[in-house]
Design a protein around this ligand. Structure first.
Ligand code: DGY
Length: 336
């Protein structure tokens, strides 16, 4: 018999552990009876539910849907920890109602995600993918160096509009300043950031040559960039989204690309993930698309896993998590 807590880890992280040179789950194994999903792919909702019958803790990824039903069907659950900063895949209200803290990973991925936003910005502005594909297809061979081939847009001297001025939006603003861009910003809270001119939402859309999205996906931001917002963007501008797919209406975006209203787009996130090869935006040569890799550097993914493990250990031990997405639960239970 053992009185160790049982936790379920929804995705084996051996490959990341190998890159780190150590077992990233070791601190959790020391404290708890750790059941790790070892099958290919991710657990189905039914399989997840089955594992959560006896688990007191859950270590999950953003691909696991932790809805109210799952939380209610997990009688022993005392702590959830996601290896992500975004927690839109977790029903926070349901967790809070049950007094369950939800850990996330803010901070550790800020700079890495800002790097990817900037990579997409540069790639879309300078048509890097289109030009690379031209070369790979052999279309350059036998041709010429053309004076008007793949002419794109300069970043220097252009205006970048940042939607959402949290840590990642601010990190993108710092990069833009280094590229001699003028930076406008808008946030729902009206936050002011040095070096960023705070403007109204519609002014940002109308004045920016590039718009980069950095708000969280919450009911108020779902579909924020739809037909109306896209129509308000400067003709020939470029949209970048490394936040969440649900913030942008993809059908309206496809229409804006088709009509030539937007010169390009850089997307790391999609309304439905994983996106298939039949995704309508793949047909656009001026769409730079990546499969949700914003935080994908070895160092950052290791730091995310470590923080998520620390969060889960704290949660199952009844301590304050180092990063908690629903801190009101701690106040309610006298741990705030
Ligand atoms: C997150 O953490 O929410 C990112 O989308 C993936 O790193």
């Amino acid at each position: 018999m053992t009185d160790r807590s049982r936790v379920f880890v929804s995705h084996g992280i051996e490959a990341l552990s190998a890159l780190a040179g150590r077992d990233l789950l070791a601190p959790l194994r020391d404290k708890a009876d750790c059941r790790v999903w070892a099958e290919p792919g991710r657990p189905s909702p039914e399989e997840l539910r089955g594992h959560m019958q006896s688990a007191e803790g859950l270590l999950c990824l953003l691909t696991d849907r932790v809805d109210g039903e799952l939380i209610e069907a997990s009688p022993r659950l005392r702590a959830i920890s996601s290896v992500s900063v975004g927690v839109d895949h977790i029903d926070l209200e349901a967790a809070t109602r049950r007094g369950i803290p939800v850990g996330n990973t803010p901070g550790v991925l800020t700079e890495t995600t800002a790097d990817l936003a900037f990579a997409l910005l540069l790639a879309a502005a300078r048509r890097v993918e289109e030009a690379g594909n031209f070369l790979r297809r052999g279309d350059w061979a036998g041709g010429e160096w053309e004076i008007d081939a793949f002419v794109g847009k300069d970043l220097h001297g252009a205006t970048l509009g940042i939607i959402g001025l949290g840590p990642i939006g601010q990190a993108v603003a710092r990069r833009a300043q280094g590229f001699s861009m003028r930076v406008l910003g808008w946030s729902r809270s009206g936050r002011q950031v040095p070096g960023v001119r705070g403007v109204a939402f519609t002014e940002l859309l109308a004045e920016s040559d590039f718009v980069s999205v950095h708000v969280a996906l919450v009911p108020e931001t779902r579909g924020l960039i739809g037909t109306e917002a896209l129509g308000a963007m400067k003709p020939g501008s470029i949209l970048i989204n490394t936040a969440r797919g649900g913030i942008v209406d993809e059908r309206a975006l496809a229409q804006a690309l088709r009509s030539g209203r937007l010169a390009g787009v850089g997307l790391d996130v999609f309304a439905q993930e994983p996106a298939g090869a039949d995704h309508p935006l793949i047909a656009f040569p001026n769409a730079v698309l990546t499969p949700h890799i914003g935080s994908a550097s070895v160092g950052t993914r290791v730091r995310m896993a470590e923080l998520a493990v620390r969060n889960l250990i704290a949660g199952i031990e009844g301590n304050r998590m180092p990063a908690c997405a629903n801190p009101e639960v701690l106040v309610r239970f006298g741990k705030g």
